[in-house]
Design a binder for this molecule. Structure first.
Ligand code: AMP
Length: 649
C-alpha cells in the first residue's frame, strides 16, 4: 500500500502551518512525533511507519521505524503518473557544449538501465557502490540506480586525487565503482581514470568491477575482466525493468566522506526514510519549490549540497533540476543567468565564493536576462559576507537572498529563514534562525552551560534526537560518531557542530568560525591534518603546520609553514620556490588541487607550547596580520617572529 498524498494535500499541509514560524518550530520540537508524522505523509511508503522516532538509545536516533520506502521511488517513479513528460533532469555542460533534458519518463528508463547493469554485476541491497565522476547525467543515474536497488552509494568529489580516493575506497569497500574517463575544467581535460587506477592500487580493498562512462575526452586502457564500458552495457538493457527494492526506513541510503580533525575522513551515514521526509518537507517550507518548477543548484554531486539539492530534494519535490558542468564565468559571467531565463528557474542555490567570482564580472550581465521566474537565491557552505550579500541582492533587484547554514552531517539546513512557513526578513551576515526540527542551543565550551542571553558567544550545538535526514552514525564506527560529535560539551550529551556562534535578540544566529582545525576553502571543507600528513610525506619535510588564512575570494585558503630536513640551500629563493612547488605537487597528486596550500613557507622552528603542542591559533592570527594574543605558554617566541616576517614578505 502506498501512502500517497495528492499535490493539493501537500499544499494544504503547508497552508495549515502558515500562521507563525515560532509556533511551527515549537511544535516541531515539543510535539515532535506528531509534527514529523504529518511530514511523513509528503512521501510514499510501501509500509507505513509504526513509530515516528525511536530515541531509546541516545544519541542514535531511528526515524519512521517499521516503515518501508525507497528513495528512488520517491524521487522518480511516483511522479510518473502526474508528470512523466515534464522535465526532471536538465544536463548542461558549457565545457562540452551539451544540453539535454530528461523527462521523468526518460529518467526512469535511464535509471533502470543503470540499475540493471549494477544488478547484473551482483549489486544487492546493502552493497556499496562508489561513484567518482564529473558532473554528467550518468552520475545522477548511478546515484538513483543505487537507491533503487537499496545499494549504498558513496560519491567521491571528482577534485580529489588518488590518496583521498583510496582511503574512501578502503573504508566503503564498494563492490562496484562507477567512473568516467575525464572531466573538463575551463576547457582543460582532467583525467579521472589514472587517478582511479592508482587509488585502487593503493587501496587494500579491490572492487570487483568498474563501470566506465567513456566521454572520449581522454584515452585510457580498460583493465580486462574488471572494467566495463557503460555504453556497451547500457544498450543491452534498453528495456530494463528493475523494480524499486523497498527498504526499511533506517536502511542506509548513502555514505559521504567529510574532513575532520584527524587525517582519516569520516563516512557520514544517512538513512532512507528520514532523509526522504526531511528533503520533501524542506521543499515547501524552506525553498518554496513547487512541483513543476525548476531548481538550479550550482554545487557538485560530490558534496552534500549536491546530494540533497541537485539530485534528491528537487526530484522528490517533483521539480526539474539542472545539473551543470562548467564554471560560472564561461563562456561569460552571464551563463547562470542565461540558464535561469531559459529554464525558468524558480529556486537557485549556490555558494558565496561563486558570487564573489561573479562580482568581478560586468554587472550589466545581471540585468541582461529575464530573471522574473526566480523567487530566491539560497547561499550556503561558508560565511556569506555582507558586501557580497548586498551586491547580489541589489543586482537581483531585491530578490530574496537566503543564507543558510548546515553541514555534511545534517543533510539539510540547520539555520535559515523559512519563507514557506512565514515570511521573514534576511539579515546580512546571518543565516537566520533555527529551523523546525532542530533544537539548537548555544553553550559555553568550558562549562557546558547553555547561553540564554543575546549576543553571547558559544558553541552551536543541537540537542538530540537529531531531526530526520541527519547522520545516523559514521560508517562502520559508532564509537567515533559518539566520541567525535557528542562528547565535547562537558556534562552533556549534545551534538556539536564545531562552530562558534552568537544569537541576537530576535533569534538570528551569526556564525563566527570553527572551534576545530577544519578550514573552509571556497565552501569546501578540508582538514588541516590531512594536508599536513600529505606534505609530511615529501622526503625533505621534517614538520609542518597548516592553517586556514582569510582570503577575499575563497573565504579561506590553506597556508603551510614547514621545516625542511635538509635546509642547506634554502637561503636561495630559487631553492625555496623549487621545494614549495614540489610540496604542492605532492598535495595535488595525493589529495587533489582543492587541498593545495596557497603558499608553503619554510621556517626553522614552529611555534609550540612548552609541552610541544602546536599553537595553530597563534600562527593563523599572525598569518592574517592579527594580534596572536596571550603567548605566555610559548616555548620559542622567535618561531612566531619568523612567520610574521615571512608574511610581511
Ligand atoms: P560542509 O560539511 O562541508 O558543508 O561544511 C560545513 C561547515 O561549513 C560548517 O560547520 C560551517 O563551518 C561552514 N558553513 C556552512 N554553511 C555556512 C553558512 N551559511 N555560514 C557560515 N558558515 C557556514
Amino acid at each position: 500500500m502506498l501512502v500517497r498524498p495528492r499535490n493539493t494535500e501537500i499544499i494544504h499541509i503547508v497552508r495549515t502551518h502558515m500562521a507563525s514560524f515560532v509556533d511551527f518550530h515549537a511544535r516541531s520540537v515539543n510535539d515532535r512525533d506528531a509534527f514529523w508524522a504529518e511530514q511523513a505523509k509528503l512521501v510514499d511508503w510501501n509500509v507505513a511507519p509504526k513509530q515516528v522516532c525511536d530515541y531509546s538509545n541516545p544519541p542514535f536516533a531511528k526515524w519512521f521505524v517499521g516503515g518501508e520506502t525507497n528513495l528512488c521511488h520517491n524521487a522518480v517513479d511516483r511522479h510518473l503518473k502526474d508528470r512523466a513528460d515534464q522535465a526532471a533532469l536538465i544536463f548542461v555542460s558549457t565545457e562540452t557544449d551539451q544540453e539535454k533534458t530528461y523527462t521523468y519518463r526518460d529518467l526512469h528508463a535511464e535509471v533502470q538501465r543503470m540499475a540493471a547493469i549494477l544488478r547484473d554485476l551482483g549489486v544487492l541491497k546493502g552493497d556499496r557502490v562508489l561513484i567518482y565522476m564529473p558532473m554528467v547525467a550518468e552520475a545522477a543515474f548511478a546515484m538513483l540506480a543505487c537507491a533503487r536497488l537499496g545499494a549504498i552509494h558513496s560519491v567521491v568529489f571528482g577534485g580529489f586525487a588518488s590518496h583521498s580516493l583510496a582511503t574512501r575506497i578502503e573504508d566503503a569497500s564498494p563492490k562496484v565503482i562507477v567512473s568516467a574517463d575525464a572531466g573538463l575544467r575551463a576547457g582543460k581535460c582532467v583525467p579521472y581514470k589514472p587517478l582511479l587506477d592508482e587509488a585502487i592500487k593503493l587501496s587494500a580493498h579491490k572492487p570487483t568491477n568498474v563501470i566506465m562512462v567513456n566521454r572520449k575526452l581522454a584515452e585510457f586502457t580498460p583493465v580486462p575482466g574488471r572494467d566495463l564500458d557503460y555504453d556497451t552495457e547500457r544498450v543491452k538493457h534498453m528495456d530494463a525493468v528493475v523494480p524499486c527494492e523497498w527498504v526499511e526506513s533506517t536502511h542506509p541510503s548513502y555514505t559521504l566522506y567529510t574532513s575532520g580533525t584527524t587525517g582519516k575522513p569520516k563516512g557520514v551515514q544517512r538513512d532512507t526514510g528520514g532523509y526522504t521526509v526531511a528533503l520533501a518537507a524542506s521543499m515547501p517550507y524552506i525553498f518554496e519549490g513547487q512541483p513543476g518548477g525548476t531548481f538550479f543548484c550550482t554545487s557538485d554531486i560530490g558534496w552534500v549540497v549536491g546530494h540533497s539539492y541537485i539530485i534528491y530534494g528537487p526530484l522528490i519535490g517533483g521539480m526539474a533540476t539542472i545539473l551543470y558542468e562548467g564554471l560560472p564565468i564561461r563562456p561569460d559571467g552571464g551563463i547562470w543567468w542565461r540558464l535561469v531565463e531559459k529554464y525558468k528557474v524558480n529556486v537557485m542555490f549556490s555558494a558565496p565564493t561563486a558570487i564573489r567570482v561573479l562580482k568581478k564580472q560586468d554587472p550589466a550581465l545581471l540585468s541582461k536576462y529575464d530573471l522574473s521566474s526566480l523567487q530566491a537565491l539560497f547561499l550556503a557552505g561558508e560565511p556569506l559576507d555582507e558586501p557580497t550579500a548586498k551586491w547580489i541582492s541589489e543586482g537581483l533587484n531585491g530578490k530574496a537572498i537566503i543564507d543558510n547554514y548546515w553541514q555534511t552531517e545534517t543533510g539539510w539546513p540547520i539555520l535559515s529563514i523559512c519563507n514557506g512557513v512565514e515570511k521573514a526578513p534576511s539579515k546580512f551576515g546571518s543565516p537566520g534562525k533555527a529551523i523546525y526540527g532542530y533544537s539548537v542551543k548555544l553553550v559555553d565550551d568550558q562549562t557546558g552551560e547553555e547561553l540564554l542571553g543575546a549576543n553571547q558567544k558559544g558553541v552551536l550545538t543541537i540537542e538530540g534526537p537529531l531531526p530526520p535526514g541527519n547522520l545516523q552514525t559514521l560508517w562502520g564506527d559508532d564509537d567515533r560518531f559518539v566520541k567525535t560529535y557528542w562528547k565535547t560539551v562537558p556534562g552533556k550529551l549534545v551534538y556539536s557542530t564545531f562552530d562558534w556562534a552568537v544569537r541576537d535578540e530576535e533569534g538570528y544566529y551569526f556564525i563566527l568560525g570553527r572551534t576545530d582545525d577544519v578550514i573552509n576553502v571556497a565552501g569546501h571543507r578540508l582538514g588541516t591534518r590531512e594536508i599536513e600528513e600529505s606534505i609530511s610525506s615529501h622526503p625533505n619535510i621534517a614538520e609542518v603546520a597548516v592553517v586556514g588564512v582569510a582570503d577575499q575570494l575563497k573565504g579561506q585558503v590553506a597556508m603551510a609553514f614547514a621545516i625542511a630536513k635538509d635546509s642547506s640551500g634554502l637561503t636561495e629563493l630559487a631553492a625555496r620556490l623549487k621545494l614549495e612547488g614540489e610540496v604542492m605537487k605532492v598535495v595535488d597528486a595525493q589529495l587533489g588541487a582543492v587541498a593545495r596550500p596557497s603558499r608553503v613557507f619554510f621556517v626553522t622552528a614552529l611555534p609550540k607550547t612548552r609541552s610541544g603542542k602546536l599553537l595553530r591559533r597563534a600562527i593563523q592570527a599572525v598569518a592574517e596580520g592579527r594580534d596572536p594574543g596571550d603567548l605566555t605558554t610559548m616555548d620559542d617566541p622567535t618561531a612566531l617572529q619568523q612567520i610574521a616576517e615571512l608574511i610581511k614578505g
